[in-house]
Design a protein around this ligand. Structure first.
Ligand code: 3PG
Length: 306
């Protein structure tokens, strides 16, 4: 059995060590492809592997065609919009993710970004505090729940929108359920986005929602750049000089936005949300275990291309 870890953005070495142990203890061989820059490298590396572990690396029909022995691809992380699920199904490949394993890391970054933006990028001027402010969480999944937990520590007043989550589960976490995206943006000084990129969510956050935010509003996106209507966001930031936008998933028009809006926008140079040793260990080892379990017993509880 051959297991390929293909990561354009590598895991921490300590996570790779742990993954190696899981894979080799099962009698399988680990092949490591890190920091590759050409798709051809991935196409060559997948040629005879049984399992593939990735992060945000794209697995499309061409990769699946090249992977003649592939039985499983595990996205070590939450969002699996980088895998062509229909093609995986057509190739008889189980596509899995590792839900929850990196969610605390992403949630902590939300507050790193929030404090930095509220303190005017530490430029020496008086900023604002998070205490007592309203925080709206768009999707109350694993990351959203961690954001709520940390937000309570900051003494924020928290609401969340999630049509798939019962009100009672939010109330138990001292979070007020809201039932429309309009209400979420209108009522909250800070809004944190945690929706996946799907055909329904792509481009769904634009001018109207952003300009409906209260005075001094801060929008934080650690989810996916695709959920933003960039044209609408830019117009909103032009129309409302009090608004700010921080993202761990830089927009396509990042340079233009930095030039236009200066310290009112911030983008991490590379997606950093899940880039902690802890998250790499959690997600990487979970992915290795899932790959081995599937190859040895057929266990596919985390399959997303059902
Ligand atoms: C996820 O979906 O789990 C996060 O976006 C992390 O992505 P990454 O593994 O590319 O850092």
């Amino acid at each position: 059995m051959k297991v390929l870890i293909a990561t354009e953005k590598p895991f921490a070495a300590v996570a790779v060590d742990g993954m190696r142990k899981v894979i080799e203890d099962a009698g399988a061989e680990l092949i490591l492809l890190e920091k590759y820059t050409a798709k051809a490298d991935l196409l060559a590396a997948v040629a005879d592997v049984d399992a593939l572990i990735i992060r945000s690396d794209k697995v499309d029909a061409e990769v699946l065609d090249a992977a003649k022995n592939l039985k499983i691809v595990v996205r070590a992380g939450a969002g699996y919009d980088n895998i062509d699920l229909a093609a995986a199904t057509a190739h008889g490949v189980s596509a899995q993710n590792t839900p929850g394993q990196n969610s605390n890391a992403v949630a902590e970054l939300v507050f790193g970004l929030a404090v930095m933006m509220c303190r005017n990028m530490y430029n020496g001027t008086s900023g604002t505090e998070l205490k007592g402010k309203t925080l709206g969480i768009q999707a109350f999944g694993q990351v959203g729940r961690n954001v709520a937990r940390i937000g309570r520590g900051f003494d924020m007043s928290i609401s969340a929108l999630d049509p798939y989550c019962p009100d009672a589960a939010m109330e138990e976490a001292a979070v007020k359920p809201v039932h429309s995206v309009e209400e979420l943006y209108r009522e909250n000084r800070v809004v944190s986005i945690h929706i996946p990129a799907t055909p329904e969510t792509r481009g769904s956050i634009g001018y109207d929602l952003v300009t409906s935010m209260p005075k001094g509003g801060l929008l934080i996106n650690t989810a996916r750049k695709e959920v933003i209507d960039e044209e609408g966001l830019i117009r909103a930031l032009e129309a409302r000089p009090d608004l700010k936008y921080a993202a761990d998933v830089a927009p396509d028009r990042a340079e233009e936005m930095k030039e236009k809006f200066g310290g009112r926008v911030f983008f991490t140079p590379k997606k950093m949300g899940a880039q902690t040793s802890e998250a790499n260990i959690n997600a990487g080892i979970a992915a290795a275990r899932q790959a081995i379990a599937f190859l040895t017993t057929g266990e596919d509880r985390f399959r997303v291309n059902k």
